[in-house]
Design a protein around this ligand. Structure first.
Ligand SMILES: *Cc1c(COP(=O)(O)O)cnc(C)c1O
Length: 360
């Protein structure tokens, strides 16, 4: 006897997959910019500009992967309410894909989420639900999904497995393809931050699978649980809410894969702000604070290469644009109110660029 599944819906699912793949095909790859450095440094630095995705951040890739994963697993079908726990950027990208598929979308977010991000979620037809404490987002998202019969995308669990780490045009494959004609096409380092940990997991696995010598460095804001968890896997690590949007978490998220990381660099929040400002002065590129965290790590690794007299390239990401933070990190009064002072760190970068050596 054959028992058939009640949940047919394959025609709708096939059309939904096609719509997401079509959106991907209409989209161009993101640029890999070469950052101009003082002559004679023998170190090249590249930034992959993830701010140019339709929804403004690297979370466009994650949202696409999570929707496809939900569709091919049969978790998302016609009319499914999509729910997510997010501090903002992921929900913006997911609201866009939910709208593309004609599905209702509910974002569960801390009340402190920036008004710019809330407006974007609503623009894509999403609904925002607020909690007072950032740690409550997971349980609330689960509850809302249960009560609506919806699907909780759960980026913090599924980010590391929803993207194919072998290739399939993931971010690592794209970086290596774009570097092919450069002087140092196999980078010494790739530097990224961790929010879900999905980007670092994809890149780290890709490096090992392709037998590249490139090492993966993860930068982590002060107070985040990732660095202590990586440094001592036997001690259960907790942290506090991050002040650098998109990266650093109060708990070690399940999608964070410590084993693929070759080095971690803890970055003071004020240094992240300083490095984003410095990038704008150096190149005119206007990036958000998590890009500054990346760059603080990049410049220290560049200094180390120079100190060892080695030539090579370093690649990092421009995760989103500074336009999203006009009312926060770009506002001196806002920074002072949070005890953030980028100036001493900007002086460190000025000295590094003047002398080629890391001060102190
Ligand atoms: C999510 C995010 C990151 C980190 O990416 P993960 O793949 O989630 O670790 C970095 N910067 C910004 C702005 C982000 O939104």
């Amino acid at each position: 006897m054959i028992t058939y599944s009640a949940s047919a819906g394959r025609v709708w699912t096939a059309d939904a997959v096609r719509r997401i793949e079509a959106e991907n095909r209409r989209s161009a790859d993101t640029h890999l910019f070469a950052v101009p450095l003082p002559p004679g440094w023998q170190v090249s630095v590249y930034l992959k500009d993830e701010s140019t995705h339709r929804t403004g951040s690297l979370k466009h890739r994650l949202a696409r992967s999570l929707f496809l994963f939900g569709l091919v697993n049969g978790w998302i079908t016609e009319g499914t309410t999509i729910v997510e726990a997010s501090s903002g950027s992921t929900a913006v990208s997911e609201a866009y894909f939910a709208q593309l598929l004609g599905l209702p979308f509910i974002a569960v977010m801390p009340r402190t989420t920036s008004s710019e991000k809330i407006a974007l979620i609503q623009q894509y037809g999403g609904t925002c639900f607020f909690v007072d404490d950032a740690g409550q987002v997971y349980a609330e998202a689960e509850r809302i999904a249960r009560e609506t019969g919806g699907h909780y995308l759960d980026q913090f669990t599924y980010a590391e497995r929803a993207t194919d780490w072998r290739g399939n045009n993931n971010i690592a494959e794209s970086i290596f393809g774009q570097l092919a004609l450069e002087e140092h096409p196999i980078p010494e380092w790739i530097v990224v931050g961790a929010g879900t940990g999905g980007t670092s997991a994809t890149i780290g696995r890709y490096l090992r699978y392709n037998c590249h010598s490139t090492r993966l460095a993860v930068v982590d804001p002060e107070n985040s649980a990732f660095f202590p968890a990586w440094a001592d896997p036997s001690a259960p690590a907790t942290g506090r809410a991050s002040r650098i949007e998109g990266i650093g978490r109060p708990r070690q998220e399940p999608s964070f894969v410590p084993g693929v990381i070759d080095a971690m660099i803890q970055v003071p929040d004020s240094a992240s702000v300083a490095a984003a400002r410095h990038l704008k002065r150096l190149t005119g590129l206007h990036a958000g604070p998590s890009t500054g965290t990346n760059l603080w790590g990049v410049w220290q690794l560049a200094a180390a290469l120079r100190a060892e007299g080695r030539a090579g390239s370093i690649v990092s990401l421009m995760c989103d644009s500074g336009d999203r933070y006009a009312g926060s990190y770009e506002d001196d009064a806002w920074l002072r109110g949070r005890g953030l002072d980028p100036e001493p760190f900007e002086a460190v970068l000025e000295e590094f660029f003047a002398t080629g050596r890391w001060p102190g």
